[in-house]
Design a protein around this ligand. Structure first.
Ligand SMILES: [Zn+2]
Length: 326
């Protein structure tokens, strides 16, 4: 699942080590830093992690699409965006680094990683769109991260520097485009780059191999996009989607599901029951605060797992991005 971690850290040699956000740079530990550019520092590094892992064949093309589908689904369903923008999320490390958070999609700590992937995918697709496929984010990286022999020095950057580099490649209102991602309260803005790249997020009733692998590594059944919870094999609820069907039925992180429609809890029984609930009821028995209760989950949409699908008649700008450079 984390096969691009090494790639991500390698990219930091340029984005982080050589070039650093101006407000994140400090001459000593007594000077406070700020994090307004983490959507570049971490966000674009995460983007290159996905892209370069595909180009280096650390992931297959299909595995990369499936990983991007998971990024897109997470970003497209962030309840916390209604109150907290991406710009605001950049401040998270200043006050909540390392803190456990119970309501991830509502508190949305450090979303500049996955949201950065979608933001920079949008910028790459826009560069391709207005240049007729002649310019990509590779051109930005060549320009912005070029050391010009300045080995061992640190070069700082600001929001304006990022816009200037994009404008040097091809003129557009980059500042407005970036601000829209940074300041929007709408999920659609965050995933707009997918459609510009010729793809869309869809849901099917069985998971991709990559999704299943992530569940196995996390030790959960991930029902985020159906009843809205993730549950461990002993029935302990790991997370609950804010205002989702499980939330409304009274489940919370730390609850323990003991029975599904009267049957003992297993991953198989709950997934089977969510599927059957398209035409029947789903009742969960769970313990919370030492009390046992049974609640009906009002959900009838079946199992839902994220996939990327091509938009017919739109130019595919994602496949060329992921192809190895010769
Ligand atoms: Zn990083």
């Amino acid at each position: 699942m984390n096969r691009d971690l090494v790639v991500h850290e390698y990219v930091h040699a340029w984005n982080g080590r050589f070039r650093q956000p101006a407000d994140l740079w400090s001459p000593n530990l007594n000077t406070p830093v700020r994090d307004s550019m983490l959507w570049v520092y971490e966000g674009q590094t995460e983007f290159w992690g996905r892209v370069l892992a595909a180009r280096a064949e650390l992931r297959t093309y299909q595995e990369t699409l499936d990983r991007l589908a998971m990024d897109a689904a997470l970003v497209a369903n962030r309840k916390g965006r209604t109150w907290k923008t991406l710009a605001d999320s950049n401040n998270d490390p200043l006050y909540m680094a390392g803190h456990p958070i119970a309501w991830r999609d509502w508190q949305r700590r450090e979303d500049y990683y996955p949201e950065g992937v979608l933001l920079w995918l949008d910028m790459d697709a826009r560069l391709q769109e207005i240049s007729g496929g002649q310019r990509t984010l590779d051109d930005f990286a060549h320009l912005f991260f070029a050391t010009h022999g300045a080995v061992g020095k640190i070069s700082t950057y600001t929001f304006e520097d990022v816009c200037s580099a994009l404008n040097a490649i091809i003129k557009d209102d980059w500042a407005a485009r970036l601000r829209r991602h940074l300041e929007s309260h709408y999920d659609n803005d965050a995933v707009a780059g997918l459609a510009r790249a010729g793809w869309r997020l869809v849901y099917k009733d069985s998971p991709t191999e990559t999704f299943r692998q992530d569940e196995t590594e996390s030790g959960v059944s991930n029902l985020d996009y159906s009843i809205g919870l993730q549950v461990r094999s002993d029935g302990t609820v790991r997370s609950v989607v804010w205002d989702g069907p499980a939330f409304i039925a009274g489940l919370a992180p730390g609850s323990r599901i003991t029975a599904v429609n009267g049957q003992p809890f297993t991953f198989e029984t709950i997934e089977h029951a969510v599927n059957l609930a398209q035409s029947s009821t789903l009742s969960l028995t769970f313990e919370v605060n030492n009390m046992v209760q049974t609640a009906v989950v009002d959900y009838h949409g079946g199992l839902r797992y994220p996939y990327l699908e091509r938009i017919p008649d739109r130019i595919d700008r994602l496949t060329p991005l992921l192809a190895a450079r010769k």
